[in-house]
Design a protein around this ligand. Structure first.
Ligand SMILES: [Zn+2]
Length: 77
């Protein structure tokens, strides 16, 4: 009956995820036009540690995007 599904239609958005280092939530930009699977580094605004952002749009056939954050491989000094 309802047509609440149009809620899913977005192209540029941000998701709010906790930093794997400091736990502070921050907005991570999702650019759906930049590829179905993306991996890129981004520095946390709170602790300045490098995080790896993963985007995967191939998992959800309904057009949803899976986003998760990992700690970048630290090079021990
Ligand atoms: Zn952080």
């Amino acid at each position: 009956m309802g047509s609440t599904r149009r809620f899913m239609r977005f192209w540029h958005t941000t998701v709010c995820l906790p930093c794997p280092f400091c736990g502070n939530f921050g907005d991570i930009a999702v650019d759906k036009g930049a590829g179905k699977q993306q991996t890129y580094n981004e520095a946390c605004e709170s602790c300045a540690q490098t995080r790896v952002i993963h985007l995967d749009m191939t998992i959800d056939a309904g057009g949803g995007v899976r986003v998760w954050v990992e700690r970048a491989e630290a090079t021990p000094s």
